[in-house]
Design a protein around this ligand. Sequence first.
Ligand code: E4P
Length: 216
Amino acid sequence: MLFVDSTDPTEIKDIYSWGIASGVTTNPLIFAREAGEADLEQRIREVLAVSHGHVSVELVAEDLPGMLAEAERYHGWAPDRICIKVPFGETGLKVTHELTTRKIATNVTCMMSFNQAYLAALAGGTYLSIFSGRVRDTGYDVRPTIAQTRAQLEREGLDGKIIIGSIRHLMDVNEALGAGAHIVTVTPTILRKMLHHPKTDEAIAEFNAAWHSRGK
Ligand code: E4P
C-alpha cells in the first residue's frame, strides 16, 4: 500500500484522484516546509477533507502529560481518521501503550532499527515507521531491518503495520516493499516520478503517430 507523505491538500487531492493512496503521513518538518506558520488544525482538516484512511499527525510535546494532552486534542479533530504519530523513545512507548488502551490509533515514528520497531509493536503501535533514507545516511541497508521486523510480527501475531518513510529514490519504494513493508509513504514528487518510463512514452507516441498517419 502507498500513503502520501505531505501536508499539501492540493497535492493530496490530486494524488487521491489516481486511486492509489490509502492514507497520509505528516510530520513537523514537512508542515514547516510546506505550510510555514499556517494553523495546524485548519491544514489537517483540509487534508482530511480530500483524503480517506488514516492521517498521521505528529506530537511535538516532549513529556508524558503534554504528549497525552496533545494526542487527545488531535484525536478530537476526527476520531476515526486521525492517527497519533508518536516519536520513538521511552516516553513514546508509554504514550503508545496508553493511547492503545484508549483505542486511539498510533504511528510510532523516527525508528531506525529492529530493536526499536519490535518494542513499538509490543507497546501496541498501529503503525511502525522505519526511516529508509536516514538509515542509509548512516551507511546501513534498511532491508534487513524491514525483513526482520516483518518476520517477528508474523511469528508473534502482532498487529503493527510497517510503514517505510524517508523515501529518497524510486528504488527505495521497490526495495521496501520487496523486503516486507506493509506500506510505503511517499512524497508527491517521488509519486509523480513513479509514473514515468521512457519506453512507455516512446510506445504511446509511436502508437498515436501510427493512428494519426493511417491512410496517408
Ligand atoms: C514519514 O512518516 C516521515 O516522517 C518522513 O518520510 C521522513 O522523511 P525525511 O527523512 O525525508 O525527513
